[in-house]
Design a protein around this ligand. Structure first.
Ligand SMILES: [Zn+2]
Length: 419
């Protein structure tokens, strides 16, 4: 259970602490909440009154009196509000509608993978996802149209894209993996298209918000999510709040240099973590060197990074030593990135999320635990836990919906686009 803070400046944080505490308990009295959060009784009483007035929490009759006055119990009204979360990724766009507890009520996915015919055969190819705001709007409306009678009010739409972005202006800047989307004022255009409030944030930051709102980190104040997708990013929560830096582009762990003499990266740095650990690097290495390993049953097609990466992970899981060595090498480098992140930020927890961990997550967790035990400066002071995200593939879409909940229900959010 997260502890609250009794300082007035952190009122919005306390609201999220109490929402999480009531959700986690199922049923809780005000006295239970004081004990669980460390907040004072007047603070709990005031925030709970606000939550009841907003219809987010209801009183459900007296609970166990334990010999004294019967206590009124509180319950989260999970269905009272819904939010749409959208994850735009080079591979696919994922859409979810969640309720207040983060439960996914509806989901859809548009895969940006085409087929190409050459040499008389069909090939799987990766297509550039085009910045089609109309299509995004159509997909979101189709999902909302599945609305059940018990769905609560749709609070808005959270959209997550790879960075860099301009969080305040709601503009996608220059993500290297989304070349058609550069300088796109996505937030305002989508808000105009839908007539709903829209928020834009970067994928790793919302993954961290999702882990706090519904995932494995609701009780942890200082943690990071390492997101392994097409690139490598991290979302950082400090004292229970997302750490965005000055322009919401913090956490670019993929561009921490591990070798000053290493190969040049597109970012201008040399020897970046991404150049050793990203799925495309694992696949490129395998395509180049596979013939040197005739005993390996691994077969690659060289047409789609994600499809070939999945083949390497499946072979590693099945016990192919060559495929396992490729994944372990990536895991070791990523673990060094995690050590840097933990050393800089003094974190309690690292959560691993994203499609890059599919099926091979335990290998990465093991490598990370080993390196943190061996190298993290804080290891003698406190443990640093490593977990796989329980939200798995949908973590960014669920996180984008959590961003809306967090912004609309927990804090007054100045960067939301109102239609
Ligand atoms: Zn770089």
């Amino acid at each position: 259970m997260r502890g609250g803070s009794n300082l007035p400046a952190v009122g919005s944080y306390n609201r999220s602490v109490l929402l999480a505490a009531i959700r986690d308990a199922g049923l809780a009295s005000r006295v239970d909440l004081v004990a669980a959060t460390g907040l004072t009784a007047p603070t709990v009483g005031r925030i709970v009154r606000g939550l009841i007035d907003d219809g987010l929490v209801t009183e459900v009759g007296p609970g166990d009196s334990r010999g004294g006055k019967p206590r009124t119990m509180l319950r989260l009204e999970s269905g009272a509000r819904t939010a749409v979360g959208v994850h735009v990724d080079p591979e696919a766009t994922t859409y979810v509608v969640t309720d207040l507890s983060g439960k996914v009520l509806a989901r859809s996915r548009r895969v940006h993978r085409g087929r190409r015919r050459s040499a008389g055969r069909d090939h799987e190819v990766e297509a550039d996802v085009q910045p089609d705001v109309e299509l995004l709007g159509d997909d979101i409306e189709a999902l909302i149209a599945q609305r059940e009678p018990d769905w609560g009010e749709v609070l808005g739409v959270g959209v997550a894209t790879p960075g860099p972005i301009d969080f305040r202006a709601g503009v996608v800047l220059t993500p290297p993996n989304l070349p058609g989307w550069h300088r796109l004022p996505l937030r305002d255009r989508l808000a105009d298209r839908l007539g709903l409030p829209v928020l834009l944030d970067n994928d790793a930051t919302v993954a961290a918000l999702g882990e706090q709102w519904v995932g494995s980190a609701s009780s942890v104040r200082n943690f990071a999510v390492i997101y392994l997708g097409t690139g490598i990013g991290s979302g950082i929560m400090i004292d229970g709040q997302p750490y965005r830096g000055s322009s919401s582009n913090a956490g670019e762990i993929g561009h921490v240099s591990l070798d000053v003499e290493g190969p040049e990266c597109f970012c201008g740095n040399r020897g970046c973590l991404e150049l050793y650990s990203a799925p495309r690097v694992i696949v490129a290495e395998a395509l180049e060197r596979l013939t040197e390993h005739p005993d390996s049953p691994l077969r690659l097609r060289g047409l789609s990074v994600s499809a070939d990466h999945a083949r390497i992970c499946a072979a590693a899981r099945a016990g192919d030593p060559y495929a396992a060595s490729l994944v372990q090498r990536s895991a070791r480098y990523l673990a060094l990135g995690a050590v840097t992140l933990v050393n800089v930020l003094d974190l309690e927890l690292v959560v691993l999320a994203g499609p890059g961990f599919d099926g091979v997550g335990p290998l990465y967790v093991e490598a990370m635990r080993t390196e943190l035990d061996r190298r993290a400066l804080v290891r003698s002071r406190h443990p640093v836990e490593v977990r796989l995200s329980p939200i798995a593939q949908d973590v960014v879409a669920v996180g984008a919906a959590s961003l809306v909940m967090h912004s609309r229900l927990v804090q007054a959010q100045p960067v939301i686009a109102q239609p």
